[in-house]
Design a protein around this ligand. Sequence first.
Ligand code: PLP
Length: 440
Amino acid sequence: MTHTDLDLDTRARQLDGEHVFHSWSAQTALELPVLAGGSGCRVWDHAGRSWLDFSSQMINVNVGHQHPAVVQAIADQARQLSFCSPAVASLPRGEAARRITERAPAGFRKVFFTNGGADAVENAIRMARLHTGRDKVLSAYRSYHGNTGAAVAATGDWRRLPNEYSRGHVHFFGPYLYRSEFYSTSAEQESERALRHLERIVQCEGPDTVAAILLESVPGTAGVLVPPPGYLAGVREIADRYGIVLVLDEVMAGFGRTGRWFAFTGHGGEPDLIVFAKGVNSGYVPVGGVIIADHIAATFEDRVFPGGLTYSGHPLAAASIVATLDTMAAEGIVANADRIGREVLGPALADLADRFPMIGEVRGEGVFWVAELVANRDTREPISAAVMARCKRELAARGVLSLTAENRIHVAPPCVVTDAEVSEAVAVLHEVLALAKGWV
Ligand code: PLP
């Protein structure tokens, strides 16, 4: 470690503190790690301290850090044409759209590209409203859909409350057996009761006023709430019964995270609009979008779609999507996420839950997991924010970057994670949980 390298980390922290305004934070209390580089599941600072990235940063670096094929594709495209208007045709944009629609169910042939997840949600809502001629959007309390007008108003968690300026948003409770709103004692009950609750909300709001039901296929930030059997199919039936557009938000859950290209696959609830971002290109260039079912796209064949973005289908983003999806297919990266979840990470987390009563529940699939920490297993009282912050600090001090929210440790490594890397991270988790027993 040289003096200069240490200085770079200090300098990065100093510049950040002086000039960078951060998301969702009071600005003075921030203590941020510095990242200078990465490869696969590992990241490091300028001084050579390294971490296993079990957060995939924002649960988006699915293909791993600095995959050479994706970096190369971005560099090649930058040399050829770094920008072109959305009002021209371009080969990388078309190739990216084709690869995305090929992975979607039959009957999805068009993609509208955006800059990220929030504006993708925004435009899906716009499409649903124009398609139905209705106004209201129903979404779950336990959800996050992004930080722009309608997307943040559709969000259910605390981030909505200071930002409710968009109109026509109604919220409902989705299934969450561990903390059931419906006094359910089985997954079947939770599914059935959550569906009955949703249908009652539609009826009480006036079905003719509801444009869209917007739902994360697997609510992510809210706690990796894998839907119980029958729930997504049931939501589809309700949408059909009342002529409502079903929008599934796959921003966090999509493109490999659950061990499938799309998280909704296998749940029987095919949507009308699919919102994506994050994993589609692992965030190497900001991008998101809406995959549009043919019957919705038909609405705009002879009618102007009143929405657009300067950077819609940006060539660097498009090239990175092509390279990411080709690489994920060629290297079996989605299959790896599936196997790791079933054979390695899922069982290892279940084993930790057996050893530590502080873990109330672990749940997830693929490389999309959460450990919910409780002060008391019987009452399920969430562990305090102070203990959570300490867990996060101690994990980082032992070389594991994690993402925590409320009383949950989200365990979400890149889809390329190896068995050995899982073992290493789980051993650190074990060590920190053993210490944490003394903090409660
Ligand atoms: N939808 C979901 C499910 C998300 O998890 C997020 C971000 O975490 C968004 C939308 C917003 O995406 P972005 O931050 O790219 O705007």
